[in-house]
Ligand binder design. Structure first.
Ligand code: NAD
Length: 497
């Protein structure tokens, strides 16, 4: 049985683990590794190591930091099959989807390779006679990153390349179901020449996160996970005086207008709802069909989704793998059962899916549900499984009211061929990321990623320019060099001229 330790100060660290957490392969139901949960003392050690390393790292030139980022980018490319294998083993998504996740994560490394451009300050000469002002941004210190299970590589990569390239040290707490990729990333940073202690990994759950949030030498906390935990993380981190961004859950909607190309819409909706078995924060679990097209759209989505192959992520023909655990499968199945009891129509039923040779796996096939009562939990809650509900509205106004009634506001999309409706939607919808005929509008890494309402607590989005702002503090310097000018000091708070 493989044992997964911590990674502290440039190498694996055994420490004083408090328990062994089983790591399961969700396609087989087999336990394939044991994760050693860090003790509070181990977390303290990791943060102190990071703090010490950062004092030197922040003085390393931008040129050298960017060299390391370039080497890291190449190493991630060279090792993407190893990373993807770890993701498929522990998460279950398909190998090609895992490669896609790594590519999207690597975009942030691309951005960090040119971090110098993002750190340029502003300068004004002679704001008063002989007085100049310039701005600069400095690292915050130690950044802690806490990740979800569904993107073991990409989501931490939204955080650490920018934190490190801007001169911080980083302590990552990966999600317990999928920890191996983070250990590979730690090894690659070391091969890339990153000094020991600048990137560390501590494993565990609530107690490890709490120890990070309360540690006096952690300066900023970047969290991605479910909304209830995001709220705990934000409150605890703020109580301990830390800068915090906490990205939460989602219940993304798309509106389909009657003028849309319905087959294009159906094909993209099916892919967005069922890819990665619906375990994406930008998945599309809810569609509102406008103007009497719901049955037609449901039938077209069923036709596409009904061809999807459910199975092991390592098989090339597979379109979607298992959900993460037996408990997740039971919860999702329960939500579908409940909708059926409330009178909804099950257009495509994925319950009871079984894959030959993988009888212990947690598989669910795509499920499409129409005529769902608006108070049914399958519609109101984040499903995080391969389930799509198709609702109806008579008009665009009715549809946007339904979308904006959601407590979440991560992504939202519209399918239409009418530019004026699309423009109205992008201005009126209450979501942080908007798609026009694009069902999963995840911004590229040189923009920033983040939702509204319960999908993001705190006000800074992650990666891109907002990521740089989150990982750095601004300074404005006002300077004068006596001797070049003469200016008599006064006790008034005056504007010099
Ligand atoms: P989760 O909230 O259960 O766990 C996230 C992290 O928090 C894990 O590292 C976990 O160990 C830790 N944690 C769990 N309980 C905790 C507690 N009580 N106190 C402190 N830390 C705790 O989320 P998950 O199930 O791993 O991931 C799925 C969720 O993440 C979904 O809700 C999904 O929408 C969300 N997500 C959001 C985004 C986004 O960008 N908004 C991206 C990916 C995933």
């Amino acid at each position: 049985m493989k044992t997964i330790e911590q990674w502290i100060d440039g190498g694996p660290y055994h420490g004083e683990p408090v328990r062994r957490i089983p790591v399961e392969n969700p396609a087989t139901g087999q336990i394939e590794a044991e994760l050693l949960e860090a003790s509070v003392a181990d977390v303290d050690h990791a943060v102190r190591v990071a703090h010490r390393a950062q004092l030197t790292w922040r003085t390393v030139s931008l040129a050298k930091r960017m060299d390391i980022m370039f080497r890291m980018r190449q190493l991630v490319l060279d090792h993407q099959d190893e990373l993807a294998t770890a993701i498929v083993n522990e998460h279950g998504k398909t190998f090609s989807d895992a490669i896609g996740e790594i590519q999207r994560g690597r975009e942030t490394l691309d951005f960090a390779c040119n971090i110098a451009a993002a750190l340029k300050g502003e300068i004004s000469f002679d704001v008063s006679t002989g007085v100049d002002v310039h701005t600069l941004r400095q690292p915050v210190g130690v950044v802690a990153g806490i990740g979800p299970f569904n993107f073991p590589v990409m989501v931490p990569m939204w955080m650490h390349p920018i934190a490190i390239a801007t001169g911080n040290a980083f302590v990552l707490k990966p999600a317990t179901p999928a920890p191996t990729a983070s250990m590979i990333v730690a090894r690659l940073y070391q091969e890339a020449g990153l000094p020991d202690g600048v990137f560390n990994v501590v494993a565990g759950d609530k107690d490890v996160v709490t120890a990070l949030l309360e540690h006096p030498q952690v300066d900023a906390v970047s969290f991605v996970g479910s909304t209830p935990v995001a709220k705990i993380v934000q409150e605890t981190a703020m109580r301990h005086g830390k800068r915090v961004q906490a990205l939460g859950g989602a219940n993304n909607h798309a509106i389909v207008m009657p003028d849309a190309d319905l087959d294009h819409a159906a094909q993209h909706i099916a892919a967005a709802a069922f890819g990665a078995a619906g375990e994406r924060c930008m998945a599309l679990p809810a569609v509102i069909a406008v103007g009497g097209i719901a049955d037609d759209l449901a039938e077209r989505v069923r036709a596409h989704a009904g061809t999807y192959v459910v199975g092991s992520g390592f098989e090339e023909k597979t379109d979607l793998g298992p959900v993460i655990s037996a408990a997740a499968k039971e919860r999702i199945t329960g939500l579908i059962d409940d909708a059926e009891r409330r009178g909804a129509t099950i257009v495509l039923d994925g319950r009871g899916s079984c894959v030959d040779g993988f009888e212990g796996g947690h598989f669910l096939a795509p499920t499409v549900i129409s005529k769902v009562p608006l108070d049914a939990p399958v519609y109101t809650e984040e499903i995080f499984g391969p389930v799509l509900t198709i609702g109806e509205a008579a008009t665009y106004e009715e549809a946007i009211t339904l979308v904006n009634a959601q407590p979440f506001g991560n992504g939202a999309a519209i399918f239409t061929n009418d530019g004026a409706t699309a423009r109205r939607f992008k201005l009126e919808v209450e979501a942080g990321m908007v798609g026009i005929n694009v069902p999963i509008p995840t911004p590229v890494a040189y923009y920033s990623f983040g939702g509204w309402k319960n999908s993001l607590l705190g006000d800074t989005h992650i990666h891109g320019p907002e990521g740089v702002r989150f990982c750095t503090r601004a300074k404005a310097v006002t300077e004068r060099w006596p001797g070049q000018t003469t200016h008599a000091a006064t006790t008034s708070f005056e504007r010099e001229s």
